[in-house]
Ligand binder design. Structure first.
Ligand SMILES: NC(=O)c1ccc[n+]([C@@H]2O[C@H](COP(=O)([O-])OP(=O)(O)OC[C@H]3O[C@@H](n4cnc5c(N)ncnc54)[C@H](O)[C@@H]3O)[C@@H](O)[C@H]2O)c1
Length: 271
């Protein structure tokens, strides 16, 4: 794990990461602990969360505390914020990350209940943590970092509900940045493209051809590879520690996937 310029860049700052037991959230958690922060992370996967907590606390130099939580449940999300402030006395940064990507299918095969349930995690989960964290972030002039997705900007086939929830996070980030500026609270987002995580692997396994799906995933980037969870963590560290004149912005962590023309024709050439 890279420690930039040999210094602890976010030492003793208190950070919350949602969905920190695996994938991008884990990368964010690792980078902050490695840079001296005190991080409370939550996840629905209690076993993975406890294992991460034990292993990371051995490494330090910061520390972490795991709380089992389903972020779509308001009382559980509120408990994460309150326990953090009770434990460490303040809150400097909230990283909203916990989210889900359903298997790809056309709109005909999504029910309204499917969409409602996804909103509860991907949108309401972010709203709830922001709502309960902001009274504390205003005291520290802290910041919020929302993990959205590149597909919020470029769309994605077979993912109408997912793309809609991520687009909502981009808009929520900007609207909150406006309202919270008077408290000197910054609100920004980052938009991962294809990052190699258990979620991406699950999506590949659900596809008809695992190897081809992974190759296509790599080839979607100008840089010819998946991004890493550490690269996402380093962008979050930059937004929290260094980007003190940035609010309401989004940083793509996408290897250039959104650039240039690609093969996008949806029509069968034989037609
Ligand atoms: N991997 C990618 O390529 C990619 C690209 C763009 C955006 N994202 C976004 O990044 C975030 C993390 O994705 P990932 O790929 O690391 O996924 P992941 O499944 O590997 O990790 C997500 C973590 O969140 C937890 N989680 C899920 N639902 C939760 C809930 N209701 N409450 C608490 N924890 C919950 C999971 O248990 C898991 O530990 C998601 O919001 C996803 O939409 C991922």
């Amino acid at each position: 794990m890279a420690e930039t310029a040999g210094s602890l860049r976010y030492r003793d700052q208190v950070v919350i990461v949602t969905g920190g037991a695996s994938g991008i959230g884990l990368g964010v958690l690792q980078v902050f602990v490695h840079n001296g922060s005190k991080v409370v992370f939550c996840d629905i996967d209690e076993k993975a969360g406890r294992d991460v907590e034990t292993n990371l606390n051995v490494k330090g130099p910061g520390e972490c505390k795991f709380i089992s939580c389903d972020i779509s449940k308001e009382d559980q999300a509120r408990n994460v914020i309150e326990t953090t402030v009770q434990t460490y006395g303040k809150l400097d940064c909230l990283v909203n990350n916990a989210g889900f990507h359903p298997p790809h299918r056309p709109i005909d095969d999504f029910s309204t209940d499917d969409f409602r349930a996804l909103n509860e995690i991907n949108v309401l989960g972010y709203f709830t943590t922001c709502k309960y964290a902001l009274p504390h972030l205003r005291k520290t002039q802290g910041n919020i970092i929302n993990n959205c997705s590149l597909v919020a900007y470029i769309g994605q086939s077979g993912a109408v509900t997912y793309a809609a929830t991520k687009g909502a996070i981009v808009s929520m980030t900007k609207a909150l940045a406006i309202d919270e500026a008077k408290y000197r609270v910054r609100v920004n987002s980052f938009a991962p493209g294809n990052i190699w995580t258990p979620l991406w692997e699950r999506c590949a396994r659900e596809s008809s051809n695992y190897d081809k799906t992974i190759k296509t995933g790599k080839d979607a980037q100008l840089l010819g590879r998946f991004g890493t969870i550490e690269e996402c963590g380093l962008v979050c560290l930059f937004l929290a520690a260094d980007a003190t004149f940035c609010t309401g912005i989004n940083i793509n962590v996408s290897g250039g996937a959104e650039l240039d023309y690609g093969f996008k024709n949806k029509f069968d050439p034989s037609e």
